[in-house]
Write a protein that binds this ligand. Sequence first.
Ligand code: ATP
Ligand code: MG
Length: 343
Amino acid sequence: MSKKRVTSGMRPTGSMHLGNLLGALDNWVRLQDEYECFFFIVDWHALTTPGGGDAVGYENLGDLRNRVREIAIDWVSAGLDPDKCSIFIQSHVPEVAELHLLFSMITPLGWLERNPAYKDMVQSYKIESPSYGLLGYPTLQAADILIYKGDFVPVGKDQVAHVNMTRDLGQRFNSLYGKKVFPITEALLTEVPRVPGLDGIENKMSKSSGNYIALSDSAEDTTKKIRTMFTDPVKIRKDDPGHPDGCVVYAFHDIYNVGELETIRKECESGARGCVSCKMELAEKMNNKLEPVRARREELVANPGMISEILRAGAVKAEGIARETLKEVREVMNLPARESLDV
Ligand code: ATP
Ligand code: MG
């Protein structure tokens, strides 16, 4: 039996950070062994928001091209293997845009207007005049997934609604045109850690907040950033008793130094452990763990042709499948065949 398909994308709005690595990429790396995976950098989706400051968007194209490449480099450095999965750029498969157009004809406006993620984005990016493209974000996402007939989309609980809309749109298409062109796409729920920002346990590490350690940061940068991590505000002197539960450094020990966790808690709570040495211990563990990722990154940066070839091969495979799907779609929608135009 052929493998089920997994599809997922990320917006190239900034650098990949530890939140993206632990919360998504590590999981993708596991999935590539079990599923036929399509991972794409959604450059069109980056243009649904205006951007500004450091963030890329339609008003602030910045170094979009370069960021897309950087993300591809980060993905491969993190362990995505182009021999096991397809890695490519969304806009390199223009068939997605045609499917998006056709889907837009059958997407009820109410579905888009009720989408809580739309309201969140308008609020969090303080968008005064949301665009047609932003409202249609989930329709483009559905086209991204369904053009490859994605069975599963790996997401956290908060994103299940998105996947449900893709599923519903696929099913709506199938029932309108009386043919099961699209599979019933499902969320592949995975327990992943929620990685806090450097600035506080309550905050999520995120590109837009700038409170992150990037995969492209050197060991020295990482150590510097760990030094700035938010610790226990009431632990002022080295031997004051601390409160690990509100401490970002402790949260990262829980990821990178699990074996020592109990000792760290005891020492911190009793006042035997100072924050500076606690941070240095974390820096060592984290840097050790990130060492292979950085080594692969260096190799890719030194050989720009490698990443171009990975992205090319990924797009060729993806486009082959996309063309087949689109042919089927055009057929069931009774659009005139265009085979005679193909060269
Ligand atoms: P933005 O600030 O633009 O929202 P982001 O840094 O939050 O960017 P996303 O592009 O929203 O990153 O997310 C990409 C993937 O990384 C998603 O699967 C998301 O769940 C995961 N992710 C992002 N930040 C974290 C985090 N702090 N902890 C765990 N997972 C995360
Ligand atoms: Mg986010």
